[in-house]
Ligand binder design. Sequence first.
Ligand code: RFL
Ligand code: PHB
Length: 390
Amino acid sequence: MKTKVAIIGAGPSGLLLGQLLTRAGIDNIIIDNKPKEYILGRIRAGVLEQGAVAMLEEAGVAEKMRREGLVHEGFDISFDGQSHRMNLEKYSGGKTVMVYGQTEVTRDLMEAREKAGAITVYAAEKVKVHDFDRSRPYVTFHHVGRDVRLDCDFIAGCDGFHGVCRASVPKGAITNYERVYPFGWLGLLADVPPVHHELIYAHHERGFALCSQRSLTRSRYYIQCSLDDTVDAWSDDLFWEELKRRLDPKIAARMVTGPSIEKSIAPLRSFVAEPLRFGTMFLAGDAGHIVPPTGAKGLNLAASDVRYLFDAFVDYYKGQSVKGIEAYSSRALLRIWKAERFSWWMTNLLHTFPDASGFDRKMQRTDFDYLISSDAAQRSLAENYVGLPY
Ligand code: RFL
Ligand code: PHB
């Protein structure tokens, strides 16, 4: 097999890049090591910045999102039961965010790709990337009983945090920056109406909680949990009880509970790999960086990486220029580090750290008091939450 761009990973980064390339007439093949149904079963992000929304428009997959997505102009932060609304629209010069699930984004992109007739190989085994330090890289994998070799001009490593692309880079050629947080998030999805029309991020001494949503009839809730926790240890009843305990009692009293459709635990991590280009291979999305989900930035960063990478490929194939390719890593990293900073700050502001000293707790409380008393601080939060420019 032969293509121009071999994309490893059919998550949002790989599918979005593939869709944009296909529309631009640039040949690409996507290879994922999981079946399609498994990918669609993952419940993850829910908040899209305007930049990400614009890219989905450009990819021609925005119709359902425009119809079913919920536009939010703000959200609440509640600190030990005291609530304050962050007015995103007012403090960001009229910008908003779109609440629309990653599962739906993924499904919309998969459907558009199928319609366009572009090739995606699901459930590929033993995926390996070769010779990306040269001008003729290739990918090998095993699929339905056959060994396949895919020759290409470039490899786009869109294979997430545990993927094969970053892991194939020689140790001396890459630097990893990492912080692992001493807790995780336990998430629950249920067909119950959201407790509030906007998101609520809550700090409580028992731990962080988040009230999010997927539609007017489907809610997504999270609570901070211990890294030793297991999903089985949390019955639905225990989850609802603990969630309510961490919210403003007036909000908790309105909470409609119901059976979970999905429950999962995610550890929290900040991670950046530098650089993001290795000869003819590029890392994009979670393959190159991870943010703790508190700032709602992971999927949005995947979209901005794809912006820079797609533009670089267009420059190369249509403009005969390597400038975009050479600038990709530094351009993407500049934006990534800013989102890392914001996600780290939101995480520190809102979680309960098991080893926090009395001084640390006073600082955290003061961070909140300053935020709600300062227009400048709220403007900064709003500017980051709606998304910094590409
Ligand atoms: P993905 O989605 O992990 O997709 C990678 C794909 O690569 C495949 N793969 C391989 N394929 C071939 N060979 C291999 N060896 C492979 N290894 C892996 C995988 O099967 C998979 O299909 O990465 P991508 O595309 O970069 O997308 C990143 C986003 O998924 C991620 O950043 C977000 O989900 C993060 N995130 C959030 N981001 C937001 O912008 N807003 C949010 O509100 C938000 N909330 C969240 C989140 C992530 C969470 N978790 C579970 C970590 C909430 C949570 C709880
Ligand atoms: C979600 O809806 O899954 C969600 C929303 C906001 C976040 C993280 C996750 O910050």
